[in-house]
Design a protein around this ligand. Structure first.
Ligand code: XIL
Length: 323
């Protein structure tokens, strides 16, 4: 039997996947791939407020416990996603009544409870997720309305108070297609550093597709790396069905284009992000069968390195091609 060579053995930086505790418990193939191929995992949904904090006076750690125990058993790092977001809000938050002091106390308490709960067992957190819209301005959200524009900075300060060493990330999408969003993320990092707001890293989600140019991807990575912060490609997937057709069938040509795009992203990350800033690359989900994309676009797609049967695709080799 040849020795299996896996991504976690081969990659020169942490390589991760966003995982679902129900699949981890219920599907042996998923569980085996998750442990063999990756040395980092992200909680796809189970540290989001809607799941972890279902009532104001109650937290539910069931899903995140499954993920963290799995990570520790398999000598994997776990990334916490995400403390503050405009989605996955529990109804008690959307219905929350109170003045600005009550909102601030609720916001702070959520952040500090989640950060403190696992002490130092999590390596890093996305503190705030997706605050910008495509023109680079702040997204309207319940948090912006009740807390004012500097809530993003205060979230980082509160997280740092709860844990002096955990790595704190700002996570965002669209840097490779929206120059204004890219500029806004870089400006946030620069502003935080100038004001002494604690931030360790930037997450580029990188939900991309085979039509995106390598030059745009390189430009985004190079510009965020220039901040000097840790850089995490935090939610990588590469869509092949550009027309979002319901009846799309994966062709050999698209499969090769996907392989090349994974290779280009890994190569750009490896060559444009200084080693000391490489927090790693994480794919969003594990296989085409559990990807969030088809339900999100109501279309067929195959955006990940493993197919629905959990077999390696050309995209898997693309990751290795980038080395
Ligand atoms: C997605 C999950 O994958 C889905 O299961 C869920 O229904 C919605 O959220 N950007 C993010 C992630 O930061 O949290 C999102 O995850 C995908 C887009």
């Amino acid at each position: 039997q040849p020795v299996a060579v896996t991504l976690r053995d081969k990659m020169p930086f942490p390589i991760g996947a966003a995982l679902n505790p129900n699949l981890l418990t219920g599907n042996a193939t998923y569980r085996q791939l998750a442990s063999q191929e990756f040395n980092s995992i992200t909680a796809e949904n189970y540290l989001k407020m809607g799941n972890v904090h279902p009532a104001q006076d109650r937290y539910d750690w069931t899903g995140s416990d499954v993920l963290l125990n799995f990570a520790e058993q398999n000598k994997q790092r776990m990334h916490g996603h995400t403390l503050i977001w405009h989605q996955s809000l529990p109804t008690w938050v959307t219905n929350f009544q109170g003045d600005s002091l009550a909102w601030e106390a609720m916001f702070k308490s959520h952040i500090q409870t989640v950060v403190s709960h696992y002490k130092d067992r999590l390596a890093s957190f996305d503190v705030v997720n997706e605050v910008f819209v495509d023109d680079g301005t702040l997204r309207p959200s319940i948090w912006l309305t009740h807390l004012g524009p500097d809530y993003v900075a205060r979230a980082f300060t509160y997280a740092r108070q709860a844990n002096p060493t955990v790595k704190l990330f700002y996570n965002e999408y669209g840097h490779e297609y929206s120059p204004k969003r890219l500029a806004a993320t870089v400006a946030l990092a620069t502003d935080f550093k100038r004001r002494g707001i604690p931030i360790d890293g930037l997450g580029l989600q990188m939900h991309t597709n085979i039509g995106q140019t390598d030059a745009n991807i390189q430009n985004a990575i190079q510009q965020v790396a220039a901040t000097g912060l840790l850089i995490h490609i935090s939610e990588l997937d590469v869509r092949v069905n550009q027309a979002k057709a319901a009846n799309y069938v994966l062709t050999a040509a698209d499969s090769q284009a996907q392989r090349q795009k994974f290779a280009a992203i890994v190569r750009a990350y490896r060559t444009l992000v200084p080693k000391a800033q490489q927090h790693g690359i994480t794919t969003w989900n594990l296989s085409d069968g559990d990807s969030w994309i088809p339900s999100n676009c109501s279309c067929q797609d195959f955006p990940l390195p493993f197919d629905k049967q959990y077999a390696k695709k050309p995209a898997y080799d693309g990751i290795l091609d980038g080395l």
